[in-house]
Design a protein around this ligand. Structure first.
Ligand SMILES: [Zn+2]
Ligand SMILES: [Zn+2]
Length: 82
C-alpha cells in the first residue's frame, strides 16, 4: 500500500509541485509505454528500512506499481529458482 494511503492522505488533494512524466523513462513492464512512472524498490522500505536503498530499483507506471503491491500484499512469496 502506498505511503499516502497508509497515512490516510488522499493524494488527489495534494498540490502538484513537480511533473516528471517522460523525464525519467518508461515503465519496466514489457509492452507498457507509460511514462508516468514511480520508483519501485525490490526490497520494500516497509520491510527493509534504510537497507532498501542498497537493493535494485525499477521504474513502474502507477498502474503496474499499484498492481504489484496489491498482488504481493499479505502473500508469502516462495523463491522461484530458474
Ligand atoms: Zn514499489
Ligand atoms: Zn506499466
Amino acid at each position: 500500500m502506498p505511503t499516502a494511503e497508509r497515512l490516510g492522505v488522499d493524494i488527489r488533494n495534494l498540490p502538484v509541485i513537480g511533473d516528471f512524466r517522460g523525464q525519467l523513462g518508461r515503465c519496466s513492464v514489457k509492452g507498457c509505454e507509460s511514462e508516468a512512472v514511480e520508483d519501485h524498490h525490490f526490497a520494500p522500505q516497509a520491510l527493509f528500512g534504510t537497507a532498501a536503498d542498497e537493493w535494485p530499483r525499477a521504474l513502474l507506471c502507477v498502474n503496474h506499481h499499484t498492481e504489484w503491491h496489491q498482488r504481493i500484499a499479505g502473500q508469502e512469496v516462495k523463491r522461484h529458482l530458474i
